[in-house]
Design a protein around this ligand. Structure first.
Ligand SMILES: Nc1ncnc2c1ncn2[C@@H]1O[C@H](COP(=O)(O)OP(=O)(O)OP(=O)(O)O)[C@@H](O)[C@H]1O
Ligand SMILES: [Mg+2]
Length: 359
């Protein structure tokens, strides 16, 4: 018997080169993807994670990994869409998903592929739906029709053995119950609601602050809150995801909030990291961009303080540090530019005092 050419560990390792600090989520997704590709029942996955924690990055990384494998690219029909699209009436309430899978099947199998093969590819598709928290059934206590419609559209797709869709003026019917759905969202107010419950201690023991020491030596008190430890299904219902919807996800994965050490790695390690990208820019002018360890720690420390931005904060901080040099690289008058701790700290201090960006 031929063995399947892909193991979860291999997927995990490939994704880990791009996505930092989310090992548990990557593991779970790697197993689900391999199960699905091999033809085993795979759990639909709901990913919850703060803004900038890597949800979209993770979805994209899987998409790219599967596309990069010639032995899998034909069997892996993967699409990524924004949840808002599901609520578009003129697209046919979620049928757009099947239309997109069909179009993708034609791309990977060829426009002259036999219809049964195209439809089989649609039936075994992998669908990433991003920003699923935007399709709440109610917002501030008021029903949200678009959200209700979109959740129902997805439900129809998740369990229907005979869904019709139209594409290029032709009608088709498929069994969409084996399509793998991996959806994600930040669920911002959910964090707040559960955090409140956890801190006030309505139904759990209230949290006590712990003292943490950051990589830069700063000591501060923090509440050891991890959504994963406190999240209940009712929290998701209250947020506006219907019980029918939530129950279709056999797996709910909560992403980690990125720690200072993760942020430092994100800043330098991935192939398209902020630092590597910036280095490549300066290389075009014959300049070798370097960074000291102290500067790296200071950037990560600054980003970690901006809780709501996740890894996006790195970009903001670094832009302030490097902006002037990017404008006129030759002006530096040297073939090496080293970003050091003093430069970063000066920039951070400047921002706090509201002064213009230093050069
Ligand atoms: N875990 C991570 N590993 C590597 N890079 C990350 C990670 N998290 C975030 N980033 C970087 O930060 C930026 C924002 O991340 P991403 O778009 O994945 O966030 P998100 O979780 O989808 O947030 P949102 O809920 O706001 O859509 C990306 O450019 C990405 O490079
Ligand atoms: Mg995102």
């Amino acid at each position: 018997m031929d063995t399947f050419p892909l193991r979860p560990r291999e997927v995990f390792e490939a994704l880990s080169a791009t996505v930092v600090g989310q090992d548990a989520a990557i593991r779970e997704l790697s197993v689900a993807i391999v199960k699905h590709l091999v033809g085993h029942p795979a759990p639909n996955i709901l990913m919850i994670g703060n803004s900038g924690s890597g949800k979209t990055t993770l979805m994209r990384a899987i998409e790219q990994f599967l596309a990069s494998r010639p032995d899998l690219s034909h069997s892996a029909n993967v699409i990524r869409i924004n949840a808002n699209v599901l609520a578009e009436e003129h697209q046919g309430y979620g049928r757009v998903v099947l239309g997109r899978l069909f179009a993708n099947a034609r791309t990977i199998l060829g426009t002259d592929a036999a219809l049964p093969n195209l439809l089989r590819s649609v039936e075994h598709g992998i669908v990433f739906i991003d920003e699923v928290d935007k399709i709440r059934a109610q917002v501030s206590g008021q029903p949200n029709v678009r959200g209700i419609v979109a959740q129902e559209a997805l439900l129809t797709l998740m369990e229907n053995e005979n869904v019709e869709f139209e594409t290029n003026g032709m009608n088709f019917a498929v069994n969409s119950s084996n399509v793998l759905f991996i959806v994600g969202g930040a669920f911002e107010e959910l964090y707040e609601a559960v955090f409140r419950r956890a801190t006030i201690g309505q139904d759990v023991a209230p949290m006590k602050p712990i003292v943490v020491v950051s990589a830069s030596g700063e000591v501060r008190e923090e509440l050891p809150f991890h959504l994963r430890d406190y999240l209940k299904y009712e929290d998701l219902f209250r947020y506006g995801m219907t019980p029918q919807f939530v129950s279709r996800f056999e797996s709910i994965v909560v992403l980690n909030d990125l720690a200072e050490s993760d942020l430092a790695r994100i800043f330098v390690e991935p192939e398209a990291s902020i630092f590597r990208t910036s280095r490549a820019y300066f290389q075009r002018f014959g300049i070798d961009l370097q960074i000291t360890r102290g500067a790296l720690i200071a950037i990560a420390w600054d980003a970690a303080r901006q809780k709501r931005l996740g890894a996006r904060a790195l970009r903001e901080t670094f832009r302030r540090v490097i902006g002037g040099l990017e404008f006129d690289p030759a002006d530096a008058g040297s073939h090496v530019i080293t970003v050091d701790e003093a430069m970063v700290k000066q920039t951070i201090a400047g921002r706090e005092q509201g002064t213009p960006r230093p050069r």
